[in-house]
Design a protein around this ligand. Structure first.
Ligand SMILES: *Cc1c(COP(=O)(O)O)cnc(C)c1O
Length: 419
């Protein structure tokens, strides 16, 4: 059963009415179900109960420290891609020994911060990064644990913007040459080679590319062990898809079954980095209809949320199910658009949807991943609050920004200041 259900014709998140939250905190707002986060994490984790594993939630999908604390208390770790995300994970009390750090462009400052924080490992993406890591670790009198991110050249068959495992992508080191880099890294005093990493893309709805990648990586692990490089971990990245519309997304047990075959008998700890799969269906964006506009060709619902709040539709033309917070049987084919001065500012396009009138509320579903974390202040729109629902209670886990949050960090040079 979903965590978003109608109750007396009104949409609830768990035990809390979304209309009530709107009355108390205003619109638009993001709302997350604690139950959904917990269940998704546990299902993911438990699907692999035959193997040692760590699940590291991809912070970039949904980075609020309230959410990270909730996941951490379930035993979840973090997959980070910046110093800012490391700060988030540590602020949320996440276990440093369950943090993995990916990304093609880590800076020296970020690397030092992460070594000092004693994270589990760096997922390294180039020879130059290996050298910089070694240098930083030696300076700090430490050793940096690493995985080399290999690019297995498998087609994830997903949107090209979120496909990362093909040889033309900027990510990782080609699997063909990775062995050389492993041998090199292993010879350095500041480096402990412990893992192989890959991440082939996002929103995969077929498990076979995962399986193909795992096969390629297991082969490489065997070769490396022959070179006496003792790989203890295999990090298979994130990317498991979810249902936004009518995609038949794989279950956790389908995913586990596809991988377990390949991994059977291998002595290692698995690492997973799911983001969307844990967070996607745990969140929704609630928005109010400001105006309705009917032209000869098209109907528009102009709402108070916009592409700066939820960028995915304008960025990837992605689909978010539209629900009316007050259930109705009236339908209309319309675009849901925001107030931003861009034609790409839409949240739904040419969609048959419930017909909500002015002042009514829409819920854009499956907005828990890459929603708030991609939000910006474009058009000087204060970012919206985030609400966590747990049972019949709700908690504001990020307040609505105020105008001073927009201008606060800015400065007028002294010579231009009005006397
Ligand atoms: C983005 C990313 C993830 C999470 O991807 P999802 O599709 O949200 O699961 C995991 N690992 C790395 C390295 C990433 O860049």
């Amino acid at each position: 059963m979903s965590s978003f259900e109608y109750n007396n014709n009104e949409l609830y998140c768990e035990g809390v009415s979304l209309k009530q939250i709107a009355e108390e905190v205003g619109t638009p707002y993001y709302v997350y179900s604690a139950k959904e986060f917990r269940t998704q994490y546990q299902h993911f984790y438990n699907a692999f109960n035959k193997i040692d594993r760590i699940v590291c939630f991809a912070v970039k999908a949904c980075g609020n420290i309230g959410i990270l604390s909730l996941l951490s208390s379930e035993g979840c770790g973090a997959d980070i891609v910046s110093g800012g995300e490391l700060h988030r994970a540590l602020s949320a009390g996440m276990d440093h020994s369950k943090i993995v750090f990916a990304g093609v462009g880590k800076t020296r400052e970020e690397i030092i911060f992460a070594i000092k924080s004693d994270i589990l490992m760096f997922n390294v993406e180039s020879r130059q990064e290996i050298d910089l890591l070694n240098e930083c670790a030696l300076e700090l009198n430490k050793r940096a644990r690493i995985a080399i991110r290999v690019n297995p050249n498998v087609d994830a068959k997903t949107h090209p913007y979120i496909s990362t495992g093909l040889k033309e992508n900027k990510f990782g080191i080609p699997v063909k040459t990775a062995k050389k880099d492993y041998i090199y890294a292993n010879s350095l005093d500041g480096i402990d080679v412990v893992c192989i990493h890959c991440h082939i893309g996002s929103q995969l709805i077929d498990v076979s590319p995962f399986r193909d990648a795992a096969e390629i990586l297991v082969k490489l692990i065997k070769e490396l062990r022959k070179e006496r490089i003792n790989i203890k971990y295999l990090d298979l990245g994130g990317g498991l898809g979810i249902t936004y519309n009518d995609e038949a997304s794989p279950s956790h047990s389908d995913y586990a079954a596809a991988l377990c075959d390949v991994l059977q008998g291998e002595d290692m700890t698995l690492i997973f980095e799911p983001g969307r799969n844990i967070a996607g269906n745990a969140g929704a964006l609630i928005t109010k209809v400001l105006y309705t506009k009917e032209t000869e060709d098209k109907n528009f619902k102009i709402v108070d949320a916009a592409m700066n709040d939820l960028a995915r539709p304008s960025l990837y033309d992605s689909y978010h199910e539209v629900k009316a917070v007050d259930e109705t049987s009236e339908t209309i084919t319309a675009d849901i658009v925001g107030p931003i001065c861009e034609s790409s500012d839409f949240l739904a396009k040419d969609r048959k949807m419930p017909d909500v009138d002015i002042e009514g509320l829409y819920a854009l579903m499956s907005a828990g991943a890459y929603g708030m974390t991609m939000a910006s202040n474009y058009n000087s729109r204060p970012r919206v609050p985030e609400i966590l629902v747990d049972g019949d209670q709700y908690y504001v886990i990020r307040r609505r920004e105020i105008y001073n949050d927009l201008t606060g960090p800015e400065m007028v040079p002294a010579y231009l200041r009005k006397k």
